[in-house]
Ligand binder design. Sequence first.
Ligand SMILES: Nc1nc2c(c(=O)[nH]1)N[C@@H](CN(C=O)c1ccc(C(=O)N[C@@H](CCC(=O)O)C(=O)O)cc1)CN2
Ligand code: GAR
Length: 210
Amino acid sequence: MAASLLVLISGSGSNLQAIIDATQSGILKDKAVVKHVLSNRKKAFGLERAAKAGIPTSVHTLLPYKKEHGDEEGRRLFDEELGRQLVEHNPSLIVCAGWMHILSPIVLNQLSAHNIPIINLHPALPNAFNGIHAIERAYEASRQGKINETGCMVHWVIAEVDGGKPIAIQRIPITQDDTVDSLEAKIHAEEHKLLVQAIHDIVTGAVPRP
Ligand SMILES: Nc1nc2c(c(=O)[nH]1)N[C@@H](CN(C=O)c1ccc(C(=O)N[C@@H](CCC(=O)O)C(=O)O)cc1)CN2
Ligand SMILES: NCC(=O)N[C@@H]1O[C@H](COP(=O)([O-])[O-])[C@@H](O)[C@H]1O
């Protein structure tokens, strides 16, 4: 029985596309299927990618909650509903693939109560550039001579943002000739492979659950 994946996105969805391709004709064929794609942004191009592949999608945006209930209560209600929706799908695995929203304990507690694991793809090495704009921050650090490599990783998601146990890591050199765009392209190329392999290793049991 193929594992059911629920993929969370916020943008282009090139990593979602890599997962879709792998389930159709790659190492995830007959091992995993993308059952649903959820975006927190209406205009995420990844929604079009999913629709083209015949995958059901939904959008869950924070702004309406903030407008009606204020920032703090709005975020709490948003997270409460998000957790409910994720649990309702009852996936084998949730994959954050460019999901740009910090998941509060309100969400994570609901997932752990239903034993639903969740992973995240991050465009940096463990404990290097946690959070957003990681590629730009790594590039800037390299121009300051502080680092000569960065990378990407897939990790289990915990409350501490990007602090979860790494599942897969790929180191990527930063050369003097690199621009931020060339570095981003190198990282994206490696991410597509790393994420698919990590999902494969999880759904086949090669990587034990945390
Ligand atoms: N509890 C966790 N939530 C999330 C994790 C995690 O490890 N633990 N990983 C992130 C993905 N991510 C980096 O890999 C990340 C995404 C977004 C943010 C962030 O600061 N988001 C802001 C909004 C930013 C924006 O909309 O541009 C926010 O949520 O207020 C940090 C890290 C996914 N979630
Ligand atoms: N902190 C989270 C974060 O920065 N995630 C990054 O968003 C991009 C999504 O690309 P995609 O939409 O083309 O898959 C990826 O580079 C992923 O590592």
